[in-house]
Design a protein around this ligand. Structure first.
Ligand code: 9MR
Ligand code: 9MR
Length: 580
């Protein structure tokens, strides 16, 4: 893969053939002047006509212009807000509000008589359609055990890899009926991320997020079409895609005792080969309490969503899911503290967690909702659960989200309390974004920080769904804008989109396929300072919001993952559903 985006270069030349830096002065905290195209930060994909539209300027200017790219005409002139310093990025920015531009078209924000312009963007009702589709299609491109054909994969077509029709039971997972070396059949599912392994904990939350999307936006889902092999059947394509993973998850349960294997994996991370060339032996490793609970919660949620489906097979599958959920939960109750740890001979991702109270809460809540059994819902646990964005290791809040949307009158009391908490949390997030120089709620950069932005947006979207209060919309837009370019790195973080594109994701197929462009539709993990040593040759910024490298070696900032793309799709699908 090449390191510089062709699109970036062409745009730079087209927009800025006379790049003097005269009247405008760099105001970056480090004293360095950002690249010309990074001096004005915009959402490089676009805005719905009636949305709030705010760009960020890193240069001092009295006015800014919105320029129609086709005609070259200035359609709006505005005055920026005051400069504000962000300790997370180490620089100052000011807002350029151009919400009053609503005419569909292609634009750029310029200052100084067009000597400094932003990347281009669109205004229109359809601006999120392609990117929402791509962000779901990314799951298809990460399917294990299936050939990605030209018809559906285009230039990212590849042979099938990891059939997982012959998987060994690892010593850590051995049981009386399935001793060490026993062979099981566990095909399908999505690769977790840039690696080729499949982990139940992370699969659970990702699948749940897509199920939640189907629950919250049923009409949109019905009409949402993606070019995947199942597109012609009567099941919505989002559901088809998640079924590919859910059916694999079901194979990870030991039919004898109901316990769920933590992961299906190679002993160590493979090199950057294509899936069909990376054929080391595969193992299921150790059952764990967390995996069993996340599995139970996801299956219980699936049973509720499938019960509403119009297809008899899905209704039937829903019953299977509920049965599997109950068995896994029973196992976890009997084995409440089997915390996963990599055995000495296994070094792939651990998704380890020694506090499973939140997983218990999530599973119990989902089972209570699925079985209409109020007694199962852990009242005390709910009260104790801290309000936070859900993640693979902290899923308790997910139960609260499910409760807040329940339609079962039996849980109405819990529902009211859950809604109150979702709204209070969303209000706090809105408050943060309003006061943030970069207009985002994010103020802490973890591994996968971009997914935290998308997950925060989900909280606000649910608050909007519950309250119909438009006050959430500007903040949600801010999250979209951040991910699509209005951030301290200037990158549009979804592969295949934007002017400054991410080209070198830590994703084995993208790194090995010989195609210049990475597989499209993936959300890069994003900036953080958790691991600074992943690329020995690259020194990253000490400012968390800028500590990002578009380099294949940067697994800590530039990997992709199903639990990051799921909230991305949720957010982009929701935005697309708002079109008129
Ligand atoms: O490629 C691996 C990636 O998929 C994981 O998310 C990441 C963190 O567990 O690890 C990557 O593998 C790296 C390993 O941890 C350390 N040596 C370099 C490997 C990347 O090439
Ligand atoms: O997303 C995970 C992150 O929260 C952890 O800090 C990190 C290190 O343990 O691992 C991340 O998950 C990786 C997993 O272990 C292996 N597949 C790739 C995942 C994304 O980087």
């Amino acid at each position: 893969m090449k390191t510089i985006s062709i699109v970036t270069l062409i745009l730079a030349i087209a927009l800025c053939c006379n790049c003097t830096f005269s009247a405008t002065q760099g105001i970056s905290g480090t004293g360095t002047v950002p690249d010309t195209l990074d001096r004005i930060l915009v959402n490089q994909v676009g805005y719905l006509p009636n949305s709030v539209k705010i760009a960020l300027l890193r240069v001092k200017t009295l006015t800014f212009n919105v320029v129609d790219i086709n005609s070259g005409k200035v359609v709006f002139t505005g005055n920026p807000g005051p400069f504000k310093y962000w300790d997370q990025s180490g620089d100052s920015v000011c807002t350029a509000d151009f919400s009053s531009v609503t005419t569909p078209g292609k634009y750029s924000i310029c200052i100084d008589d067009k000597s400094v312009c932003s990347y281009s963007f669109e205004i229109g009702e359809g601006v999120y359609s392609d990117i929402a589709k791509a962000s779901l299609k990314a799951f298809y491109l990460n399917r294990s055990g299936m050939e990605i054909t030209k018809e559906f994969g285009g230039k990212w077509a590849r042979p099938a890899g990891h059939p997982d029709t012959l998987v060994f039971v690892h010593s850590s997972a051995a049981s009386a009926n399935r001793p060490e070396g026993f062979k099981i059949f566990s095909p399908g599912g999505w690769y977790d991320a840039g690696d080729y392994n499949k982990y139940i904990v992370n699969s659970g939350i990702s699948t749940y997020t897509l199920l939640l999307f189907c629950q919250v936006y049923p009409e949109y889902c019905k009409n949402f079409k993606v070019n995947i092999p199942e597109r012609s059947n009567s099941t919505p394509d989002v559901m088809d895609e998640l079924l590919y993973n859910l059916r694999w998850m079901l194979t990870m349960q030991d039919p004898d005792d109901g316990g769920v294997y933590h992961k299906l994996t190679n002993k160590k991370f493979s090199d950057f080969s294509m899936p069909d060339k990376a054929n080391d032996a595969r193992y299921v490793v150790s059952k764990s309490t967390a995996a069993s609970l996340d599995f139970a919660a996801t299956m219980a949620m699936a049973s509720r969503v499938f019960a509403k489906s119009e297809t008899p097979e899905l209704k039937e599958l829903g019953k299977t899911c509920l049965g599997a959920a109950k068995k896994a939960y029973t196992w976890a109750k009997a084995n409440p503290a089997i915390y996963f740890k990599n055995p000495p001979d296994i070094s792939t991702g651990a998704y380890d967690d020694t506090d499973v109270q939140d997983e218990f809460l999530w599973a119990a809540t989902e089972l209570g909702l699925a079985e209409n059994n109020l007694a199962l819902i852990p009242e005390k646990g709910l009260a104790k659960q801290e309000t936070r964005v859900p993640s693979w290791g902290n899923s308790g809040m997910t139960g609260i989200l499910s409760l807040s949307l329940s339609i079962d009158p039996k849980v109405s009391e819990y529902k009211a309390e859950a809604q109150k908490r979702v709204l209070a949390f969303a209000d706090k997030l809105v408050d943060k974004s309003e006061n943030s120089p970069y207009k985002v709620s994010l103020d802490f950069f973890n591994w996968g920080s971009n997914s935290d932005v998308a997950n925060q947006a989900i909280i606000k979207l649910l608050a909007y769904k519950i309250s119909k209060d438009k006050k959430y919309l500007a903040s949600i837009q801010g999250d979209v804008d951040y991910l699509l370019g209005r951030n301290a790195t200037g990158y549009c973080f979804v592969t295949g989109f934007g002017g400054k594109q991410v080209m070198n994701i830590h994703h084995r197929p993208s790194g090995a396929d010989g195609v210049t462009e990475p597989c499209p539709g993936f959300l890069a993990g994003g900036p953080n300072t958790v691991v600074l040593s992943d690329c020995p040759e690259i020194t990253r910024s000490k400012f968390p919001a800028k500590s990002y490298a578009d380099a294949l070696c940067s697994y800590s900032t530039n990997e992709v993952a199903i639990n990051w793309n799921a909230p991305l799709f949720f957010l982009l699908g929701a935005m697309d559903s708002f079109k008129k």
